[in-house]
Structures are given as C-alpha cells and as structure tokens.
Design a protein. Structure first.
Ligand SMILES: *Cc1c(COP(=O)(O)O)cnc(C)c1O
Length: 392
C-alpha cells in the first residue's frame, strides 16, 4: 500500500530522532547521557495555576465543548496582558483567538493565508515547524538568512524586490529559537514597513516574550503603529509558565487573519479544555513573580555555561532571552561532526545548527532547561574536552 501523501513525504527528515537513537544506544551501554537538546522547561508549572485548573475542573459546566474562538475569560486575559505589558489595545472578540499551543496556530496560519505554491519567508535558522507547516500547506518556503553580523535579524534592505513581490507571508521570531537573539522595536518597525509596502502578511512568534533577563524586556510587534493592518503575533504559556504539556497559547492582531485561522480551526479542532483556558487566564493576569524567578534561574545557568564554553575556546555573545545558547562549533568541525563528537566523548547531547536550516551550519544549540546540577555536570565534562587544532 502507498497511501502517504506527497506533502507528508516532502517533510524533511527529523534530525532530532537521530540523536535520540544514539542516546538510547549509549544508555544501553551504561553511559549517563545529559540531554541539552531539549526545547522545553524542566521547571514545574506554578502551583497557583494547577490549583485554578483543579477548581475549574470540578465544575460540570466546564466539561463541555469550548467556544471555537476560546472562552471569554482567556481572550480577555490576553487583551489585559497586552494592555499592561505593552500598552496595546486589543478587542478580545475579534483580535484574540485561543490556540491549543502556538505550534498548532502557526501551522494553521499557513493554510489559512496561503494558496498552493505561494512563497512564505521563514527565518533561517528557525524553528523547524515553520518549514514543515509550509510544506504541509503546499506552499513554498523561502529562507531569510539570519547572521550574527545583523544580530540575527533579517537584512530587510537586502531582500531582492522579486522575492518580496512573490511572498505571501513572512514569519519572524524574537526572542528567537534557536539563536536566542533578541530584537528591538526598530526591527519590527522595518518588518511592518516592508510587509505593508509589498502587501505581505506578517506573523511574529513570541513564544519567549517573557523569558528574558539582564534588564531586557521583549517588545511586541503589535506596538508598531499600523501593525494590526497586516500582522498577527503568536504567544504561548508553554515556555513562560512551564506549561508545555497543557497546550495553551493565543494569536492576536489582524482581524481578517484571525478570522481565517479560526475558520480552519473550527473545521479541525474544537478548542482547548475550558479549565485549562481559565487557569491560563489566571496566569496571564497575575503578577509574573514566577516568571521572574524562572528567568533568574535561566540567567544563572547561562552564565555558568558561557564561562565553561569560554574555557574550551568557544566564545558566545551572552543572550538576554530564551533558555538556549547558540554557539559556534570549534574550527575544523561541521555542526553535525561536533555534536557527534561531543556525544561520543562526553555523553552530552546538543543540537547541530543545521537542524534549524542551512544557515545553522557552523553552530550548535544548547538548552539550559535541565536541572542545574546536571548542567554543572555537563560543564565539568565539557571542560575535559579538547577543542581546536587537535582533531584526530
Ligand atoms: C516551543 C516553541 C513554540 C511552540 O510552543 P507551544 O505553544 O507549546 O506550541 C513555538 N515557537 C517556538 C520558537 C518555540 O520554541
């Protein structure tokens, strides 16, 4: 039987599974593997959110289908979060939509706004879901190369006019996965300006909008005047409130795009469990104390790891957001070779940059979302690793 669609067959191979296979083999041999390839927080969901969920789960009226666009409490909580955090006004009825995690929403956005063959500009390196979702929708990915000289923001002036004329949608992501790059409002001003000029829909993935430190606070794309005419912004509770498994996020902004995503969703899913939406509403309208505590933990882990990398000759620009470090591989290695060698010699898993697109060559991503003692153990082992010029 051959029933797999061409679209599914067109999906790139999943690089992460290669390392998971190796991890299993090493563990079977008794090696204590430390997995820094993980993309989810290790910290638990805060108690007050769990308590709220528990309380709401006891109410029979919460056991029914949710309204398609999400319950009023959650949409209002998102609007109030935007007001307080970014001084941006949103109409919870038409400019906010509840998502079953932002990944779902991003995937549905692509089929909501593109026709087969349309070009979608995606960051390279970038979160792998962008490219897969573009393929699944039958659209065409066009890479926006990001590099350290530009602070991992697109060189908007250098994008060929032809590329811009053909593009239907542009995706951005700050603070970014995998690069941990942060952006200032200026980047969003340029993006809105170019997208308006070329009539391109713009979508910003702000999954790490609250995961910031060192005094840095991430701006919102919605703070740019006129953004609502062409743009949407995705957000998630997964990373900021350690709620990856709960599956709760949102998209805000342009009414027409939101309506289109909502139409796709109403034919595919029927909303998130109401107690989860209500507990998430509580999280977004709270004082963010737990978020700040988490960020302090990530920051201290980041400092330790940055020092350890320095000792083995790997210099990084210290990030101000996310729980990732994006680092250059030592000279003489490809991303894949270095990740392989690190795993074989130290039992530490990192993700080769090429898992995130061709421009990731020469880099690797390391996650800080493992317990601090494990991170310290990884640091100790990496200190024993000789790099640079000693390649066998
Ligand atoms: C984790 C992550 C997401 C997905 O988050 P969910 O809301 O859990 O689906 C989206 N974008 C980026 C860049 C991420 O790292």
């Amino acid at each position: 039987m051959n029933v797999t669609s061409d679209r599914v067959k067109s999906l790139p191979p999943y690089i992460f599974s290669r390392f998971q296979q190796k991890k299993k083999e090493l563990e079977a041999r008794g090696v204590d593997v430390i997995d820094l390839g993980i993309g989810a927080p290790d910290l638990p969901t805060p108690d007050f959110i769990i308590e709220e969920m528990y309380k709401e789960a006891k109410k029979p009226e919460n056991h029914r289908y949710s309204p398609y666009k999400g319950c009023k409490e959650f949409r209002e909580a998102v609007a109030s979060f935007y007001q307080n955090r970014f001084q941006v006004e949103l109409d919870p009825e038409t400019e906010v939509l509840t998502l079953i995690g932002s990944k779902e929403g991003i995937a549905h956005l692509i089929s909501a706004v593109t026709n087969p063959g349309d070009s979608v500009l995606i960051p390279d390196p970038g979160y792998p879901v962008y490219q897969s979702a573009v393929y699944l929708a039958g659209a065409e990915p066009t890479h926006l190369p990001l590099n350290p000289q530009q602070g991992y923001t697109p060189a908007f002036e250098q994008i060929p006019a032809e590329t811009l004329k053909n593009a239907r949608l542009m995706l951005l992501n700050y603070p970014g996965n995998p690069t941990a790059a942060t952006a200032e409002l200026d980047t969003f001003l340029k993006a809105v300006s170019i997208a308006s000029t070329y009539d391109i829909a713009l979508a910003h993935d702000s999954a790490y909008n609250l995961v910031t430190f060192d005094g840095y606070e991430a701006p919102s794309l919605m703070q740019v005047p006129g953004a609502k005419n062409i743009a949407v912004e995705f957000g998630s509770l997964s990373k900021s409130f350690n709620m990856t498994g709960w599956r709760i996020g949102y998209v805000v902004g342009n009414q027409e795009i939101i309506r289109a995503i909502s139409t796709v969703k109403s034919n595919v899913d029927t909303g998130q469990f109401l107690p989860i939406q209500k507990a998430a509403a509580r999280a977004l309208t709270g004082d963010l104390t737990v978020v700040r505590q988490n960020n302090a933990i990530y920051k201290s882990r980041m400092e330790k790891m940055a020092d350890a990398l320095q000792k083995i000759g790997i210099h990084i620009e210290k990030p101000r957001g996310t729980f990732f470090i994006w680092a250059p591989v030592p000279e003489g290695y490809t991303s894949m070779e270095f990740a392989d060698r690190l795993l074989e010699e130290t039992g530490v898993i990192v993700t080769p940059g090429t898992a995130f697109g061709p421009s990731g060559e020469g880099y690797f991503r390391l996650s800080l979302s493992v317990p601090t003692d494990r991170l310290e153990e990884a640091v100790k082992r990496m200190n024993g690793l000789k790099t640079g010029g000693d390649r066998k």
